[in-house]
Design a protein around this ligand. Structure first.
Ligand code: ATP
Length: 258
């Protein structure tokens, strides 16, 4: 029995998980989602989504593959060029990377908007408060005074001066219907999802096949590096990107390990 078998299944604090544990990132992720459910931030269904993501991440080697890193740089370029960029936050995103989303929003001057599949006023407020605790000053999604066309009532709710008006949206772990509906609104959609075959990355202009825990901080690093780049340089980075190739590279890694 290795020393790691002694990590309790019922971890109370992240610090109890040793950083050199071979499954450290996965254990942290599970712990944050469980915490999110307990705090009323994450819906129970978020645990299933996390389980699916975890399986794909295992097959990807639990690392940011080169095509994902390139997509993260392209995403940063889009966000820096955007007129009105918005980062969409659901229950899993809020539980996993609240401070990291606030840092990305700061780096590219984007708004944060809470947007939930299972929407209740209590969860919206709990998530907004959680983001404020992590440094967010202004959180959108509470007004919900506009609707995404071609979606059922609850899932269509957005802020008129937020996602509805945005030209570039980052939608991590998004459900396929809403990703398709946003695409039909002709927004530049950046999706973070560990499953390259899922509908959301399939419709995204920039599919990022990576764990959100790694993807978001890396997008911020790229945005900081590109902060002084000219518009022409940013456009050149975007034009070079091949979304089909990025999806194929991720699928190849998952299926064949290469
Ligand atoms: P579809 O997009 O076709 O509706 P789905 O029903 O599998 O697919 P959801 O349950 O709506 O998708 O969302 C879960 C998605 O989020 C899965 O594709 C999963 O791989 C992904 N996912 C879960 N955890 C993470 C994570 N930490 N980082 C990135 N992606 C994740």
């Amino acid at each position: 029995m290795s020393e790691y078998d002694t990590v309790s299944a019922d971890v109370q604090h992240e610090e109890e998980i040793p950083e050199d544990h071979p499954r450290y990132q996965d254990l942290i992720t599970r712990h944050r989602i469980e915490n999110g459910v307990e705090k009323g931030i994450t819906h129970l269904q978020g645990m299933h989504a996390e389980g699916r993501g975890s399986a794909f991440d295992y097959l990807l080697g639990e690392e940011t593959i080169p095509s994902a890193d390139a997509a993260e740089r392209v995403a940063a370029a889009h966000l820096l060029l955007a007129e009105q960029p918005v980062l969409s936050i659901n229950g899993n995103v809020a539980a996993l990377v609240p401070g990291e989303m606030v840092a990305l929003a700061d780096a590219v001057d984007a708004d944060l908007e809470v947007n939930l599949f299972n929407r209740t006023p209590e969860r919206i407020e709990a998530i907004a408060e959680h983001l404020r605790e992590h440094g967010a000053e202004d959180v959108k999604g509470l007004t919900a005074d506009a609707r995404i066309p071609n979606l059922d009532h609850q899932r269509a709710k957005v802020d008129a001066d937020g996602i509805y008006a945005a030209d570039v949206v980052v939608v991590p772990l998004e459900d396929g219907d809403r990703a398709e509906a946003l695409q039909e609104m002709e927004k530049t959609e950046i999706v973070i999802d560990l499953n390259p075959l899922s509908r959301s990355p399939q419709v995204a202009e920039v599919p990022i096949v990576d764990n959100i825990i790694r993807a978001v901080p890396n997008m911020t690093v790229h945005a900081e590096e590109l902060a002084t780049a000219s518009e022409d340089e940013l456009r050149a980075i975007i034009e070079e990107f091949d979304r089909e190739r990025a999806l194929e590279a991720a699928e190849e890694r998952i299926r064949n390990g290469v």
